[in-house]
Design a protein around this ligand. Structure first.
Ligand code: DCP
Ligand code: CA
Ligand code: CA
Length: 979
């Protein structure tokens, strides 16, 4: 019965006692000793692995406390029935109520019972690290107790969790730590000096990002890509390259090897190089102290001193190692490992890990030199990150011939070493994949060339897990399908899996990729144009607001940073998505990870902007508008992210094809009418037009000086050639492009309703001309992605001509009276409003069932008299009856078409798209349009039935489950029949 509080509430082993309890404790200990000696006769002492270890069991464990007591006896340890600060070294528990966790001291260890059973199995005392619980909370409490209390003053935390001695409730009291977001997810690193700021502080973001190595890595990667792209435009740089090459050619000492090397002169033999600095952060930090390099070194925020002053079980740091050197790697230490684990590995080898701080200035300096040296010989470069790039060496090697590529590479690496005092390694091969794998083989400080004829031998020996982008989940799937044979190398996959089998196990796209990779095939060429799909900022740490005003201030910080990122990347975007993480209903207010997210429910919303923008105010306002639409309690917000998509380079129009061939839900809808974001404020501010809300600067028109008289918006404004994807514009035959551009350059000078309509007609005409001019021959010339988009656009045009969407553009050709236009406007507002708080209340509402026929809603609204009882609907209900839309689609047919395109476009749906689609279905439910939800789900299921897309099907099922839950809540427990 030990360890369960002996039936007295409050006497649960955690307080200090005197008198009766002390006596009882002593008695129990004597009892244990007696048991030991009595049992010693029956219980065989099997080992001494727990010598010096004493435990206190709390709560339900597996095996139970009595069994653990027996095991301790058998293996030389001590079992305490009561907690004693002096005697107990470990709490054994599989979970603790929150009240107890709060009382843990920074050095207290709570270890799962499996530590004992596993140690016995392996007949040695295992390190506790992998079995420890609540490490975060004890550590962060130890460091920031005051702040911890200060930032959570709203609700008494104990009231939610203080349920001692109830295993069931204890289970509920422990939250799982949240998973990280798929976009850049900046996690604060625990360290000795983590400041106690939360996101309310005006300098929070700045301080946070300065310390975030992930931010450093992502921003420098972007900076390098843009830098290389910029250099390509510079004539003087080309001249520099010529000069440097000539110098090299003249000074080179050729050997026999060089004269023997033959490269196919017709440029059929490609030579790619992958080059990467060795243990970059460590090399930079020690570049002026090379004598240190033979000992294990790591870069971390924590100095890691504590482990040297206390015994090995006292402290286990979870500060991450950003980088470790090769001396450390020989003990099994890796980049990204926790410091505590790394220290333990070092101790096992009687070595000591030297922890050095980040030297951001040094990283920048070395990275710049590394890039500049290589770029002084060639611009055939694809920047990967601050310490890594791919180079197409083909042309340079032809220029330098006769020269063995490795001769050039050793000269290059020498130059880098000389100028940076840091080593790097390089891999060469006929494709990018093999080159990258060759670098791995070359490290540290080496080079490796997989010459023609040796590729198959090389690839077949490579481990699957070392292939780029392959994680353990893929490996597990492969392993599961061939239970008896171990799958470790590419050879194993080659032998055991046909292409068909891989596709059936992993899905079409992934199956094909693995098939190609395991055979060393890679047809990629350098991605020279930097064309990101999205730019974002996500903060999931320190988000603790009490009021919306505090949140607004933080949005300004976020928008400023996002603008900086857009400008650094030389991009503007046309779509903005806000993602939020909100504390789950049953999750504790105080998170396990200090200032972390805990368990959250996540959702996102998107808005189409009127033009490509990087404007701070627009980002800020649109974000706030979207947030206002999302139902959440501000104090429960735990994470927030803003993503800008549909990007366009500000350098030049990118021809960028989707590198992955995958289109998102929104890409499927390139040619659709984008939504406008209009608020009543905007209408009032009509004399002060803003880019996002009232006037629409069309990118191609931007340099025009004709001031745009603030004009009232109609739906038609959205449907202009300015909206034609610039990629498509670029690909159009010259004369058609000219024609379209001509219309754009010469808009009518007077702007009134008539001229406005005229302009719209021109715009529409141009668009129609563009589409109609594209005969099959031209279409066939276009890249497949673009061809597909145009075909979709044509299809959509056909559908639209049959069913004008809400606020439909077809009205334009009908005789238009100004009142009709006004009606249409208010209708467009109804549909397009983003901020429910600010929406004008529609004058009339229709029967929710009629919303089903979205194509005819406009006419109905013009003609159907308002039933009296519907007039009484409150604002909320009226808002709910706005026809929801997604990515520009409102009608059932359009949404279906989009859904089909989306499903067909990829093997795996993107999470943001799924969230948005789910939001959309919820919105439909909220506007009492369950019938449409039902139709869409059935349609989606039917589409998936004909295709074998397992990841899609799984994700769609999850989406259906959420929709069913919402449906049940709304309709008294009923379930939609989707059979
Ligand atoms: N980095 C990080 N956290 C990680 C991995 C890397 O902060 N989990 C940082 C530190 C690294 C730098 O990025 O020094 C470059 O990463 P690499 O993957 O190139 O690793 P290293 O350069 O450290 O070692 P290697 O010699 O294996 O390239
Ligand atoms: Ca590296
Ligand atoms: Ca690297």
């Amino acid at each position: 019965m030990a360890g369960r509080g002996c039936g007295q509430r409050g006497d649960n082993g955690w307080s200090e006692w005197g008198g009766y309890m002390a006596a009882k404790k002593r008695k129990l200990e004597e009892q244990f000793d007696k048991d030991c000696s009595n049992n010693a006769k029956q219980l065989e002492r099997k080992s001494n692995i727990f010598h010096g270890i004493s435990i206190f069991v709390d709560g339900h464990t597996e095996p139970p406390a009595d069994e653990l007591k027996k095991l301790m006896m058998e293996h030389g340890g001590v079992y305490h029935a009561y907690y004693s600060k002096d005697k107990v070294t470990y709490f054994i528990s599989n979970n603790l109520p929150y009240a107890k966790i709060r009382k843990l001291k920074p050095n207290d260890k709570v270890v799962r019972s499996q530590w004992i059973t596993d140690s016995i199995k392996q007949n040695k005392l295992l390190p506790t690290y992998d079995y420890e619980m609540y490490k975060d909370i004890t550590k962060s409490r130890g460091q920031t107790e005051l702040n911890f209390k200060r930032t959570e003053p709203m609700r008494p935390i104990t009231s939610d969790f203080n349920v001692p001695n109830s295993d069931e409730e204890e289970n509920n009291s422990i939250e799982k730590s949240s998973s990280s977001s798929e976009t850049e997810d900046i996690q604060a690193e625990e360290d000795d000096h983590l400041s106690a700021l939360d996101a309310k502080h005006p300098k929070f973001l700045e301080t946070f990002l300065k310390r975030s190595r992930l931010h450093y890595l992502s921003s420098t990667a972007v900076a390098k890509k843009v830098y290389v792209q910029d250099l390509r435009q510079k004539l003087e740089h080309r001249q520099l390259i010529e000069k440097r090459r000539e110098e090299l050619k003249n000074n080179i000492q050729r050997s026999e090897r060089d004269y023997l090397f033959k490269l196919n002169d017709e440029k059929k033999d490609k030579i790619y190089m992958h080059i990467d600095m060795d243990c970059f952060f460590v090399s930079v930090a020690t570049r002026n102290q090379p004598e240190l390099r033979d000992q294990p070194i790591a870069i971390t925020h924590s100095k890691g001193k504590k482990s040297t002053t206390t015994n090995e079980h006292q402290f286990y740091s979870r500060s991450e190692l950003a980088s470790c050197n090769y001396a450390a790697r020989q003990y099994g230490i890796k980049n990204g490992m926790y410091l505590g684990k790394a220290q333990e590995l070092c101790r096992n080898h009687q070595a000591k890990l030297l922890c050095l701080p980040y030297d951001y200035e040094g990283f920048h300096e070395v990275s710049d030199r590394f890039y500049d040296i290589i770029l002084s010989y060639t611009l055939d470069v694809e920047a990967v990150s601050c310490d890594e790039m791919y180079i197409d060496l083909t042309e340079l090697i032809l220029y330098l011939k006769p020269l063995h590529p490795l001769t050039f590479v050793s000269l290059l690496r020498e130059e880098i070493q000389l100028n940076t005092k840091c080593p790097c390694s390089a891999g060469l091969a006929s494709n990018m994949l093999l080159a990258r794998l060759a670098t791995r083989q070359a490290k540290p400080n080496g080079q490796c060339y997989i010459e023609k004829g040796y590729e198959q031998e090389f690839i077949s020996k490579q481990k699957i897990i070392d292939l780029p982008g392959i994680g353990s989940s893929i490996l597990d799937k492969l392993q599961q399908t061939s239970l008896h044979k171990s799958i470790e190398t590419c050879k194993h996959v080659q032998n055991l899996f046909s292409l068909e089998k891989l596709k059936s196990v992993l899905g079409t796209k992934q199956g094909q990729t693995i098939y190609d990779m395991t055979r060393g095939n890679d047809i990629r060429t350098l991605a020279k144009d930097y064309s990101p799909k999205s730019i974002s900022i996500d903060i999931n740490y320190g988000i603790r607001f009490q009021t919306f005003d505090e949140l607004n201030l933080f949005i300004k910080q976020l928008a400023t940073e996002l603008q900086k990122r857009l400008q650094q990347a030389k991009q503007k975007g046309k779509q903005l998505t806000v993602k939020i993480r909100v504390r789950s209903v049953n999750a504790p207010i105080v998170t396990e990870k200090f200032m972390g997210c805990g368990k959250t429910d996540d959702s996102s919303r998107l808005v189409n902007l009127h033009s490509f923008t990087d404007d701070l105010t627009i980002i800020e306002l649109e974000t706030i508008k979207l947030l206002k639409q999302m139902n959440f309690v501000v104090s429960d917000l735990r994470g927030i992210g803003i993503t800008i998509t549909q990007l366009q380079s500000t350098i030049k129009n990118s021809h960028g094809k989707d590198m992955h061939g995958t289109r998102t839900l929104f890409d499927c809808n390139q040619f659709r009418v984008p939504k406008l974001t209009i608020t009543t404020d905007d209408i009032q501010n009509i004399d002060e037009p803003s880019e996002s809300s009232v006037t629409r600067k069309r990118p191609i028109q931007q340099d025009q000086t004709t001031s745009v008289v603030p004009k009232k918006l109609t739906r038609h404004d959205c449907y202009t050639p300015g909206q034609i994807d610039p990629r498509v514009m670029n690909e159009l035959p010259a004369e058609i492009r000219q024609e379209v551009e001509e219309h754009l350059k010469n808009p009518p000078t007077t702007l009134g309703i008539n001229s406005e309509l005229h302009q719209i007609n021109i715009a529409e005409k141009s668009f129609t001309q563009v589409m109609d001019h594209l005969d099959e021959a031209v279409l066939n010339e276009l890249p497949p992605e673009m061809r597909r988009e145009i075909t979709i656009a044509q299809k959509l045009r056909k559908i639209e001509s049959k069913y004008p969407p809400v606020g439909g553009k077809r009205l334009v050709s009908a005789p238009v009276s100004s009142t009709l236009i006004n009606k249409e406007k208010s209708n467009a507002f109804n549909v397009l409003m983003n901020s429910p708080q600010k929406q004008p209340i529609p004058k009339k509402t229709t029967n929710p069932i009629k919303k089903w026929h979205t194509e005819t809603i406009l006419n109905e609204e013009n003609t159907v008299p308002i039933p009296l009882n519907e007039k009484k609907l409150n604002t909320n209900q009226q808002q709910q009856q706005q026809q929801p839309s997604i990515a520009g689609c409102t009608s059932l047919n359009d949404v279906k078409l989009m859904l089909r395109e989306w499903i067909e476009s990829s093997d795996e749906p993107n999470q943001i798209d799924l969230d948005l689609f789910q939001n959309y279905l919820f919105d439909l439910l909220n506007s009492y349009n369950a019938e449409m939800v039902h139709q869409l789900l059935i349609y989606g299921l039917l589409q998936l039935k004909t295709l074998t897309k397992t990841i899609w099907t799984d994700n769609f099922q999850i989406l259906i489950d959420s929709v069913q839950t919402r449906f049940r809540q709304m309709y008294g427990g009923a379930t939609m029949d989707l059979s």
